[in-house]
Design a protein around this ligand. Sequence first.
Ligand SMILES: Cc1ncc(COP(=O)(O)O)c(C=O)c1O
Length: 307
Amino acid sequence: MSSSYAFIQNEFVPLTEAKLGVMTNFVHYGTGVFEGIRGNWNAEEKQNYIFALEAHYQRLLDGCRVLKIDLPYSLEELCQITVELVDKCGFEEDIYIRPVAYKSSEALGVRLHNLENNFLVFAFPWGPYLPEKVKCCVSSWRFPTEIPRAKLTGLYITNALAKTEAVDHGYDEAIMLTPDGYVAEGSGENIFLYKNGELATPATYDGVLVGITRNLVIKLAADELGIKTTERHVNRIELYNAEECFLTGTAANITPVAEIDGRKIGNGEIGEITAKLQVIYNDITQGKNPKYADLCTPAHNRIMANN
Ligand SMILES: Cc1ncc(COP(=O)(O)O)c(C=O)c1O
């Protein structure tokens, strides 16, 4: 039987038993670094493939440096704990894995120093995060570029404000702008537009989260479709005039954008290039493309699967 487990305070427990004290510093001040990792179920192989495991933990450790979180686990140990967790959960469906490195002292006070650090991770079944194609609006909430772009829990309050504003107004997702008015990203995704045979996406100097999906899509577009991506400032008006637009992220995968601020993108249907990238990406994440097998970590029967 499958059920959710968590690894917390150095042991595996059923998810329902994984608790934090109410005075935990992280709960009050957002002093945590998190990741979102997907496990993709491959029905033919009866295997759950954890996607880009090492890259996610490398980004988590980079964020830990920002928040002065010194974890008692190495990159390899974090990966190992996660594989064991997913194996233990035994889900035969797509899952989401949420690791958090956090200031664990039960001590109030706004600071990063003189606090203990800890790590937890849990997994649960999670299907599509967004609809098949989405309606977006440009958010009135500006995206903070001064704060380092790691996945810091406290930073996500702007994203939450933007997302709920969008949903309250009948849209599926928000697109945030930088303080100087350039397109930044969705509340949980990077954004791409396609026009005149090329892709463009906001550059890292605009302070966007450097998405693992974003980087892979840039590579796949070049290597598999011969399409160049330019990382640069993107203007809001360019979005309206794009032939295609899509969002990328671990939760959202590649999600076509059908409409922005009440204007159809292209003909409002899933674009040709977007659809091609979706097929290539989905095959890779489900462990069906041997060329990219090193990005997929099998969670079950590891010794057999590796031979
Ligand atoms: C704000 C934001 N931008 C972009 C992304 C996409 O990053 P990735 O592709 O690494 O999941 C995410 C999700 O992690 C996010 O939260």
